[in-house]
Design a protein around this ligand. Structure first.
Ligand code: NDP
Length: 320
């Protein structure tokens, strides 16, 4: 039998001005990727191209560079492909990693897009202050676990909801939430929230939408704030569920604001300045759900929509 060998060309083609060739190390599974599987005018990121590798967040090492800002050996995080090696033609979509004394996978989560989302959503949108009553849904996930810890550092009373007992325990015992509950075990979400917030919620960090949003609206306090980060309970539905209690926005003078993290990346240096020392001092902790191998990525992504992940969902493609 004649064996054919194939050599991988680890150099950019000559005419690749401004592009970089990277080896992908860690890939991020994120709920917004679901919306890229359908064409919709409401999408804020372009749909995937059938027949081409999925693109998404990741951490990678530069193998060759035609761009003046990057050189061989640099580590980067940002938009890459679900493949072993990628040619990134628009390196403006990646950031050079300067701090490598933390786990590199953190740049898919706490030090990457989800971390920035928690930071922006809480500090820029919620106008938080000490003593506020804060509720977070999907609270043990990539974004939620950080929002809760930020709120605790500020001196707020913090309650989270999650979908399993294991996650509820994490919220209370690892992330320091004051209370947590399993929303799947509650027949009446309105009553559950009333139990944890007898005098109402000042801040709701919205990750799930649907029935939870309806239940929160009637439990909001006067002049409360709702940061609309995501609505994962709606992403797989053909028709989004109706929200019935929006009138509460008027009666309770609630400020409800949607935001997209991509509009706030200019704050990334300020965010790093805040979060890096807190990670190193152990004041903020982060839980990841790590699966090995590119072949594990599709199931890991699908798992976000049934709550299979415990913490930030990361896929390891290669470790160095
Ligand atoms: P997570 O790590 O929290 O993973 C998703 C979690 O959502 C699951 O683990 C599951 O947890 C929960 N979930 C899944 N389906 C449902 C459902 N039907 N009802 C209630 N909960 C459900 O994801 P992220 O932290 O990365 O993202 C959280 C939210 O933030 C998402 O809505 C996402 O779209 C949004 N987002 C928005 C950004 C922005 O710029 N606005 C940027 C990044 C994220 P459980 O077991 O607890 O049910």
């Amino acid at each position: 039998m004649v064996m054919k060998t194939c050599t991988i060309r680890l150099k950019l083609p000559e005419d690749s001005k401004n592009a970089i060739l990277v080896k992908n190390l860690y890939l991020s599974c994120d709920p917004y990727m679901r919306s890229r599987m359908r064409k919709s005018e409401e999408n804020y990121v372009e749909p995937f191209t059938p027949g081409s590798p999925i693109t998404g967040g990741g951490v990678a090492r530069v193998l060759d560079s035609g761009h003046p800002n990057f050189k061989k050996g640099d580590l980067v995080w940002g938009r890459t492909g679900w493949e072993e090696y990628s040619v990134i033609t628009k390196p403006e979509s990646v950031f050079k990693i300067q701090n490598t004394d933390v786990p590199l996978s953190y740049y898919t989560g706490i030090l990457g897009m989800p971390g920035m989302t928690a930071y922006v959503g809480f500090y820029e949108i919620c106008s938080p202050k000490q003593g506020d009553y804060v509720f977070i849904s999907a609270a043990s996930g990539a974004v939620g676990q950080l929002v809760g810890q930020f709120a605790k550092l500020l001196g707020c009373y913090v309650v989270g909801s999650a979908g399993t007992k294991e996650k509820v325990d994490l919220l209370k015992n690892k992330f320091g939430f004051d209370e947590a509950f399993n929303y799947k075990e509650e027949k009446d979400l309105e009553a559950a929230l009333k139990r944890y917030f007898p005098s109402g919620i000042d801040i709701y960090f919205e990750n799930v939408g649907g029935k939870m949003l309806d239940a929160v609206l009637v439990n909001m306090r006067l002049n409360g704030r709702i940061a609309v980060c995501g609505m994962i309970s709606q992403y797989n539905l053909e028709q989004p569920e109706g929200v019935h209690n929006l009138f509460c926005l008027i009666t309770k003078r609630v400020h409800m604001e949607g935001f997209l993290v991509f509009d706030y990346y200019h704050l990334y240096p300020k965010f790093l300045e805040m979060i890096l020392p807190r990670i190193k001092e152990g004041k903020i902790t982060y839980v990841e759900d790590v699966v090995e191998g590119l072949e594990s990525a599709p199931a890991a992504l699908i798992g976000l929509f049934s709550g299979r992940n415990v913490g930030k969902q990361v896929v390891v493609v290669a470790r160095e």
